[in-house]
Design a protein around this ligand. Structure first.
Ligand code: FES
Length: 72
């Protein structure tokens, strides 16, 4: 899905940049150009950042559970 019309950036590309460490719209813009134009896509970028944070939290929770439950 195309998220940033100004720079032709898809949600897939934004997710990749966010997964690589971008945590703000500005950092995403620096990473792939999304959000660097009119700014109409900024809220969607924020949603993708929040979704990634939630996924990471879930992954961390799962690994913590595994580590604790595997302890002797
Ligand atoms: S649509 Fe992304 S900066 Fe304009």
């Amino acid at each position: 899905m195309l998220v940033c019309q100004c720079n032709g950036v898809s949600d897939r590309t934004i997710r990749r940049v966010v997964r690589a460490g971008a945590g703000t719209v500005r950092q995403v813009a620096q990473g792939c150009g999304a959000g660097a134009g009119c700014g109409d896509c900024a809220e969607t970028i924020r949603e993708l950042i929040r979704a990634d944070a939630a996924e990471r939290q879930e992954e961390l929770g799962d690994s913590t559970f595994v580590a604790v439950s595997a302890a002797p």
